[in-house]
Design a protein around this ligand. Structure first.
Ligand SMILES: [Zn+2]
Length: 370
């Protein structure tokens, strides 16, 4: 989108092949395999949770223990959970198994139910904020922001954001541009990291309050070439609504972190301009932590231009929560997004556990040091 570009104005040249066949096969596979896989994954999660619980008790007994090699930079008694990238990967697979998840679609309805149920299994304070909304194409919907609050009475809070909807069209693909995308990375990855964090918070509650806010309708923005009249602020409808109507009266938090497209192999994250303008100290804090943990190839200390994303509205409308965006920046593409951005190739083949781990572990270290 223009200078404040979320959605650049030049086409990428990615070659797209046999997408429909792939998509159909993909859905067929999941509809058969899903139940079995889910059971397998639930077993895996239970096993992992048992392992994690043991580790938590170990930490409690050994107060100076910290797996972080740079423990001297942290207060004593801090035990930082280990992010599980297998779980995060599975949470993307699960979202993708519902199919595209744009406003009012079948996948969107089913995924909302799963997200609510999943967060409820880790947190006793989950609400679904609903609001009527109209998209640029004149369609009316009811958007759903899904919110989980850990330690709801604590004043000292951090808020974590991601968008759970996916793009309703593949406007940057070369084929089947009018068909919706799976959004494994764009949508799925940020949500998956936050669900894995929720699981960790349930095993070892952090000292501070945490809100996880999954925004709806980030990606239903008006395309560059549109037959409809120009609509301002057509992107980020869920975050615009939440920023005007936070889920709690007088809600505030010390800072906010938005995750968007955090799942691609070798993704790099930089100092995006809106984040820099509103919350440079948080960028520094998170990037430094990433470097301390050995994730310097992901967190680059380099400035980029502004990106229209949910953090823009949180910063501009709500104003009281300085919020950064951890979003992939690819200097090699014309759009500066991942080459699969808004194409049918934003699927599981391009999801990478190491990247999910770099982001998830960095967030855990930031949060448990608050
Ligand atoms: Zn998008």
């Amino acid at each position: 989108m223009k200078e404040k570009v979320q959605h650049g104005n030049l086409k990428n040249n990615f070659m797209f092949k046999k997408c429909l066949l792939f998509t159909l096969t993909f859905f067929a596979f999941f509809s058969c395999a899903d139940k079995k896989h889910e059971i397998k994954q639930e077993q895996h999660e239970i096993k992992q949770e048992q392992k994690d619980t043991t580790k938590v008790f170990g930490c409690m007994d050994t107060t100076m223990f910290n797996y972080n090699p740079l423990a001297n930079t942290q207060p004593a008694n801090v035990c930082i959970p280990k992010f599980n990238s297998d779980s995060a990967y599975y949470y993307i697979e699960k979202q993708v198994s519902f199919g595209p998840r744009f406003l009012s679609s079948v996948g969107w309805k089913n995924c909302a139910l799963w997200l609510e149920k999943k967060l409820n299994s880790y947190c006793s304070n989950v609400i679904v904020q609903t609001a009527p909304t109209t998209t640029y194409d004149g369609k009316t919907h009811t958007l759903k922001n899904i919110i989980a609050s850990f330690n709801p009475n604590k004043k000292n809070r951090v808020v974590l954001f991601a968008h759970w909807d996916t793009r309703h069209i593949a406007d940057y693909d070369t084929k089947n541009k009018k068909d919706p995308i799976l959004g494994a990375n764009d949508g799925g990855s940020g949500v998956a990291v936050l669900i894995e964090l929720a699981r960790q918070f349930s095993l070892q509650p952090p000292n501070i309050g945490i809100d996880i806010v999954l925004f709806d309708a980030e990606d239903y923005g008006q395309p560059e070439k549109s037959e409809y009249p120009k609509m301002e602020n057509s992107w980020c409808l869920g975050s615009q609504y939440w920023s005007k109507n936070p889920h709690k009266k007088n809600y505030t938090a010390k800072y906010g972190i938005l995750l968007d497209m955090v799942g691609a192999k070798n993704a790099t994250f930089r100092f995006e301009e809106i984040s820099r303008t509103y919350a440079k100290h948080i960028l520094n804090k998170v990037w430094k932590k990433g470097h301390q943990l050995g994730f310097e190839k992901y967190f680059i200390f380099e400035n980029t231009g502004p990106i229209v994303d949910d953090h823009l509205y949180v910063n501009m409308i709500l104003k009281t929560i300085p919020t950064i965006d951890i979003i992939e920046y690819d200097p090699a593409t014309i759009t500066n997004f991942n080459k699969h951005w808004h194409t049918h190739n934003d699927n599981m083949q391009n999801v990478n556990r190491e990247t999910l781990n770099a982001v998830g572990q960095t967030l855990l270290d930031v949060i448990y040091n608050e």
